[in-house]
Write a protein that binds this ligand. Structure first.
Ligand SMILES: [Zn+2]
Length: 434
């Protein structure tokens, strides 16, 4: 049977750069050999010369909103309601194609309306469109009065259960919402724990009680689904980790107790600091002579009120950055992913998040570990055979010009991603192999 044989360049296996003479062999959907002693290529085999290039595992985007895109999904608070579902489906298909083009072979959904993630997954499996493997997410399960719940702003439109938001109060409603959404094909549940991360200051109270969080985790885990939580608050991080939430999104106000709880639970954190960074830049450059600050709380704000809010967000952001190295050094599993497609950060802008972490002291090779090995771990059972170049693993592989383990900027231009292989199938080929 025809094999794909990679040799002659750098191999990053998801953890380390392997010795220079390493050859990697793919047969069918699996990596069958990694080493220097490889049987000679047959006539049918495809040879990939890695000179000047790096072979690495396909990357995982762990916080992915399939429906966020051009003129769609950006109008808070009903993310996804402001455009027709058919249009959002096309946005989702395009976002999947963009991700694959940049070398992302797996995505973990992070809440979407209209069952977009489930539909995208099925469409890719059927060959209707190209894209990464998808772990489809539910809508964002949120309590009444959540900042993104229609009740807190345009309550008069009665749209609290549309778009990205799904309202559920109390243990029974939370269970029911999760049972229903998993029944429709979702494999990860998103719950909203507190306000904050980027556009609002973080309160010291949570939308959901520990009982509601526990009910969400139990309902999901019983059905083999993962749980993730939008969770900026200090106590929310601790509650979520102790309840068994698998992915804690943002974790802005994590403290020592939170770090300990997250480590004990073996949970994953998506810092997603790019959105906060972009928001602070935008806020810092806003000219109030043009009008009220446009990312607000429903009503137009006075300049004084907006400035006070932005200042509070800045303090939260500085705290998060101050804790960042401590969280890393404690050994918390961190991954990549952010609100791409939302304002100021289009899908495909993944290198900006990577570069931001490098700017804050993370070695490029460590960022690549987050993008591959850690991302696969965050996928739970779905990632057991992913995120590493090892014999027996699924062949989700990319060939990148240059060396991303020393310079993450190579990921800024998809032209640098010469080859994308997903489960042994060549999905993108700039090397004219076929
Ligand atoms: Zn998000």
């Amino acid at each position: 049977m025809a094999r794909i044989i990679f040799s002659g360049g750098k191999v990053f296996d998801g953890q380390d750069v392997l010795p220079g003479d390493t050859t990697v062999v793919v047969d069918g959907d699996r990596i069958v050999q990694v080493g220097s002693a490889v049987a000679p290529a047959g006539d049918e085999d495809t040879l990939v010369d890695l000179t000047g290039k790096t072979l690495m595992p396909g990357m995982v985007q762990c916080h992915f909103h399939t429906g966020f895109g051009p003129d769609a999904g950006n109008a808070s608070p009903y993310l996804g309601l402001n455009m027709p579902p058919a249009y959002l489906g096309m946005v989702a298909a395009k976002n999947g194609q963009i991700a694959l083009d940049f070398g992302v072979t797996s995505i973990i959904g992070s809440s979407n309306g209209d069952l977009l993630d489930v539909c995208l997954k099925e469409a890719i499996l059927l060959g209707l469109t190209k894209g990464p493997r998808v772990i489809p997410c539910t809508r964002e399960i949120m309590a009444s009065g959540d900042a993104a719940d229609g009740d807190s702003r345009s309550w008069f439109m009665g749209i609290q259960n549309h778009g990205l938001a799904r309202r559920a109060d109390g243990v029974e409603e939370v269970r029911q919402a999760i049972r229903e959404e998993i029944g429709r094909g979702c494999e990860i549940v998103k719950i909203s724990i507190s306000n904050g991360h980027g556009s609002h200051p973080i309160p010291d109270w949570n939308y959901y009680t520990i009982e509601e969080i526990q009910a969400a985790v139990d309902a999901a885990h019983t059905r083999g689904a993962l749980v993730r939580a939008h969770c900026p608050s200090r106590s929310g991080i601790i509650d979520c980790a102790r309840a068994g939430v698998d992915i804690i999104d943002h974790a802005d106000l994590i403290d020592d107790e939170g770090i300990e709880a997250v480590l004990k639970a073996d949970a994953t954190i998506t810092p997603s600091l790019l959105w906060t960074d972009r928001f602070m830049s935008f806020a810092g450059s806003w000219d109030f002579a043009l009008g009220p600050f446009p990312i607000g709380d429903g009503f137009p704000e006075s300049q004084a009120k907006a400035e006070a809010r932005i200042e509070a967000i800045r303090r939260d952001s500085e705290y998060t950055l101050g804790m960042f190295s401590k969280v890393r050094e404690a050994g918390v599993r961190l991954v990549l992913g952010d609100d791409y497609g939302f304002a100021m950060m289009p899908h495909g802008d993944y290198a900006s998040e990577m570069a931001l972490y490098v700017k804050h002291g993370v070695e490029p090779i460590e960022v690549m570990r987050w993008a591959t090995r850690n991302g696969a771990r965050a996928m739970g059972k779905h990632g057991a055979d992913l995120g590493a170049i090892e014999e027996g693993k699924l062949a989700d592989l990319i060939v990148v010009d240059g060396d991303p383990t020393s310079d993450v900027e190579v990921h800024r231009n998809p032209a640098n991603v010469a080859l994308v292989v997903k489960a042994g199938v060549i999905e993108k080929d700039l090397l004219s192999l076929q």
